[in-house]
Design a protein around this ligand. Structure first.
Ligand code: BEZ
Ligand code: FE
Length: 297
């Protein structure tokens, strides 16, 4: 009687598939496909994949594709929730990192809610006008990795509202809200107002949501504000600032939290704020210095 040993099953089949890649015209593509075939075959052996599980996987990927439209990318969400997006971000930053006195600000996932072409706003403007949420004053500097201030650096900023909803998710809304592009002054300083961002769940009404549910995982991201920070001659960084007392910092469903990006939000009483604005209600302040590495060519 023969025994079933999945790990050792059909090695010649894997070799046969790999042999068909020999004629690939592009060495990098050949390398990627060889690794993929080898690991995919090993994965199928490791879990001893049954035909009905294989078809379930095909149906899941089909549903993932069918959930994509010009406004929704369910495959990226799948990549995000399996930590692949964050790994690709970390590899790109590690590859690009220059040897400065201090490392560049850590990058994290861009997510699906970036909207190119947010309006340029003046220093001190309120990006949170018209959105629900508690006011927050953001300030700091953009520096290079030697600590030199970068004048005219651009912060392309976006966040959800104080209830964790992005403008793009608001039914019938085609206006940009809680977004704007701000440039640093001659001393590399920036400051602007917006709201204190809230935690929120990723879209859960599709196949990825059903996967998260079935895995018993929490669907939430901790409160954060996004920004792409850039300056001529420097490597741009796509990152977030996370609210230090937000729930879900330890369980971010897309694995985007980096300890260095967690920022205390300090509560201030009503009165005159740092930039001279009169606040009739209490508000929050958050301070953060970004660091950009010089571009290597
Ligand atoms: C976000 O932070 O906007 C986001 C990132 C990944 C998946 C869903 C949302
Ligand atoms: Fe977000």
């Amino acid at each position: 009687m023969s025994t079933h040993t999945a790990q050792a099953c059909a090695p010649e089949l894997t070799r046969e598939v790999l042999a068909t890649l020999e004629g690939a015209k592009d060495a990098r593509f050949k390398h990627i496909m060889s690794e993929l075939v080898t690991r995919l075959h090993d994965f199928v052996r490791a879990v001893d994949l049954k035909p009905e599980e294989w078809i379930q996987a095909i149906e899941f990927l089909t549903a993932t594709g069918k959930t994509c439209d010009p406004k929704r990318q369910e495959f990226i969400l799948l990549s995000d929730t399996l930590g692949v997006s964050m790994l690709v971000v970390a590899l790109a930053q590690s590859r690009a990192s220059a040897t400065g006195a201090t490392p560049a600000t850590e990058a994290t996932v861009q997510g699906p809610y970036y909207w190119e072409g947010a309006p340029e706003r003046a220093l001190g403007d309120d990006l949170g006008e018209g959105v629900p949420g508690e006011p927050a004053f953001y300030s700091g500097r953009v520096l290079d990795t030697e600590g030199k201030p970068l004048a005219g650096a651009l912060l392309d900023i976006w966040s959800g509202d104080g209830e964790g909803v992005y403008d793009m998710q608001m039914e019938g809304n085609d206006q940009m809200l809680a977004r704007g592009r701000i440039r640093t002054d001659a001393e590399g300083r920036y400051w602007f107002w917006s709201i204190r961002p809230s935690y929120y769940p990723i879209p859960m009404d599709g196949p990825v949501g059903r996967m998260i549910d079935r895995l018993g995982r929490d669907p939430n991201r901790p409160g954060h504000i996004h920004m792409i920070v850039s300056a001529p001659g420097h490597v741009p960084v796509t990152t977030h600032l996370f609210v230090s007392d937000s729930p879900y910092l330890d369980t971010d469903v897309v694995f985007g939290v980096r300890p260095a990006l967690i920022v205390p939000f300090e509560k201030k009483p009503a009165g005159t704020a740092e930039d001279g604005r009169t606040m009739a209600t209490p508000y929050w302040t958050a301070r953060y210095d970004f660091r950009l590495a010089p571009q290597r060519d």
